[in-house]
Design a protein around this ligand. Structure first.
Ligand SMILES: NC(=O)c1ccc[n+]([C@@H]2O[C@H](COP(=O)([O-])OP(=O)(O)OC[C@H]3O[C@@H](n4cnc5c(N)ncnc54)[C@H](OP(=O)(O)O)[C@@H]3O)[C@@H](O)[C@H]2O)c1
Length: 172
């Protein structure tokens, strides 16, 4: 960790990206990285998480425990056990009464919410995957300061190396 300064997020996007900003294919993640799942759990536990309907449907066990799960959908018939349903981003945010909240994907929701974020928790996977169909939106490096970074090598449990990168929006 560089630990240049303590940064407290208000609205954060959290995502795992490959080297071409890919985040998903065929409705699922690009790979299984237990170290990244642990990192995600540590950062988001106890907080509100906001996700799109397709990301909710990709979760193997439904709502994530110990978090307020908010699912965005335009459907009036939606019923996602253990989740609050929101039909707009504003409605989703109105359910989160305390900072910080985490936008956890997928691509459509990241695109719609990037402008609201003051923090990006990016896991950069050191690989470019084939067949990627969902991407993280481009963000201007000039607008963001890298405030933390930590690198992990590949090992027996991780087929790819990866880096945890935390960006804070400049001029807050
Ligand atoms: N690598 C990562 O960190 C990461 C994280 C999360 C997800 N993913 C991957 O990303 C992919 C899914 O992403 P995606 O872009 O296809 O879908 P998504 O963003 O998860 O969900 C899109 C759906 O969310 C609803 N929605 C989005 N914005 C809305 C708004 N403003 N108001 C109301 N409803 C809204 C709509 O649902 P309705 O159609 O029901 O109206 C829309 O079809 C999967 O492959 C998943 O594994 C990767």
């Amino acid at each position: 960790m560089t630990g240049a300064r303590i940064h407290t997020p208000r609205v954060a996007l959290i995502a795992a990206l490959d080297q071409q900003d890919g985040i998903g294919r065929n409705g699922g993640l690009l790979c299984h990285l237990p170290g990244d799942l642990k990192h995600f759990k540590e950062i988001t536990t106890g907080h509100c998480i906001v996700m799109g309907r397709k990301t909710y449907e990709s979760l193997p066990k439904g709502a994530l425990p110990h978090r307020t799960n908010i699912v965005l959908t335009s459907s009036n018939a939606a019923n996602f056990p253990g989740c609050i349903i929101a039909r707009s981003l504003n409605e989703a945010l109105s359910h989160c009464k305390k900072d910080p909240l985490f936008i956890i994907g997928g691509g459509e929701v990241y695109r719609a919410s990037l402008h609201l974020a003051d923090t990006l928790y990016i896991t950069r996977i050191h690989h470019t995957f084939e067949g990627v169909d969902t991407f993280f939106p481009a963000f201007d490096p000039a607008e963001w300061e890298l405030v933390e970074e930590e690198h992990r090598e590949k090992d027996a449990n991780h087929r790819y190396g990866f880096s945890f990168l935390t960006y804070a929006r400049k001029d807050q």
